[in-house]
Design a protein around this ligand. Structure first.
Ligand SMILES: Cc1cc2nc3c(=O)[nH]c(=O)nc-3n(C[C@H](O)[C@H](O)[C@H](O)COP(=O)(O)O)c2cc1C
Length: 185
């Protein structure tokens, strides 16, 4: 797919089914995610790839246990079940600020790099013909999910990238009215 066409027409999709990316396609996505702008080479991102039947089952159970343990009730439990079954591949993106080096770059810059990494995953999935959506919701604050993703106290789950093949037509380009957003000098 032409890169500019992809960048100007990409849309999210929340109704996803198999197939998901294969091993080579996944590798390309993770390579794209790690080529993002990164001031000082902080590498402040971690990825948790959930794709096996057991992994997806574990993911669903973590979401549902989160609802049970925090007493969120039936409506949220239905949401947990929906999110847990949303896609045949989930990639958790964790912002892991680098504080180890002598002069770490500001955390806001590092978080932007991690956000770019999440977008890189989306773009590389779309470029290979897969549909996807970036979600967060209350799930990213789940202590159980944080533990399962190996988060330390300073880390933050910034995205659950839902990836697969859409069961419905895409939304089409947004054709943004640029005037509201752009000042030209
Ligand atoms: C950091 C971040 C978190 C998001 N969290 C959610 C979410 O929890 N649920 C949701 O429906 N959309 C969420 N979105 C928005 C979708 O990913 C998507 O961008 C939106 O539905 C608009 O669709 P589009 O990407 O086709 O324009 C999030 C986006 C970002 C960047």
């Amino acid at each position: 797919m032409d890169a500019l066409h992809l960048l100007t027409t990409r849309r999210s999709s929340k109704k996803l089914t198999a197939p998901a990316p294969n091993a080579d396609q996944l590798e390309a996505m993770l390579q794209a995610a790690t080529q993002v702008p990164d001031h000082g080479n902080m590498r402040p991102f971690r990825f948790t790839v959930i794709q096996s039947a057991e992994g997806l089952q574990r993911f669903r159970e973590i979401l549902c246990r989160t609802v049970t343990e925090l007493n969120f009730g039936d409506d949220v439990m239905r949401k947990a079940e929906r999110v847990g079954n949303m896609a045949p591949m989930v990639i958790g993106v964790t912002f892991a600020p680098n504080r180890e080096v002598a002069k770490p770059k500001p955390e806001w810059e590092q978080m932007l790099s991690a956000g770019c990494a999440a977008y890189g995953l989306q773009l590389a999935a779309s470029a290979q013909g897969f549909d996807n959506v970036w979600i967060t919701g209350m799930w990213v604050n789940s202590p159980l999910l944080r533990e399962a993703f190996g988060c330390s106290d300073k880390d933050k789950i910034i995205g659950l990238m839902m990836i697969g093949s859409s069961v419905e037509e895409g939304g089409g380009a947004k054709n943004t009215d640029l005037e509201q957003f752009v000042t030209t000098w």
